[in-house]
Design a protein around this ligand. Sequence first.
Ligand code: GYE
Length: 305
Amino acid sequence: CSSSSGGDGSADGDGTVTVGFAQTGSESGWRSANTESMKAAFSTENGYDLVFNAADNDPAAQIAAVRDFINQGVDAIVIAPIVEDGWDDVLQEASDAGIPVILEDRTVSASDDLYYSWVGLDFEREGTYAGEWAVEQFDGTPTKMVVLEGTTGSAPANDRATGFDDAIAGSTIEKIDSQTGEFTRDGGKTVMEGFLQKYGVDGIDLLYAHNDDMALGAIEAIEAAGGVPGEDIQIISIDAVKDGLQALIDGKINYVVECNPLLGELAADLVTQALAGDTAEKAIYVDDETFTAEEAAAVIDQRAY
Ligand code: GYE
């Protein structure tokens, strides 16, 4: 119980720091790795009492969870925001209560005065890397592309679209369809089934999936339709979780851009700095790599996720 601190920005009397973490849900392999990383960093051994909430990708439920953390008087709040918009009020409430908020993974549209700091990835650059590869492979040949988008309104779905679209602008790659697959394997499979019914395997040359899980679902749909993923339809995806890299090595995915989910330690450092009253950068970017099949084969055994 946090009776001695109640959001005054200091640790409890026994030295334990109570942190409320509002996770998006459990939509993907990336998310499982991120949750594990956060739980490891905010462990009891490290002096934390972690109050974990996963909102099943329901933005209203996630905001309600943050409000609960404020009412409980936790020492600090960490959020992986499902969508960018809608955060102003609850962030203001946390600020009024004197509880620092650290954002990890996704960004928000609210003013950065309303939170302490954000740590995560450059989603737009990930989209650019993916688009540059597509241009290299396909520009000059008329190419029909479909897109599996992430959760509508989420920073990675917005920014991965922007980065990619800018990179392919003026090329011979034509986006013939684009729909959300909610960052899930099932969602990717279902939406891809719809694309295949509409255009046929022969009517699609390229798939850009905003994450590996949707690409893996789409692979099942392409195979069920009698197509050869990676050949009849080339596939680019983002995350570089083990299953995605394995599909790349197997030739079913053609290119993967990394998105590093291991943000727990960095988020915990920010909590420590916030509670000590230090100032931190408002945005801390973690670097990402890109993978071809050969590059994936060289690292897959050492990957932690
Ligand atoms: O790419 C996807 C996950 O926000 C970067 O969310 C994260 C994305 C990640 O569900 O797999």
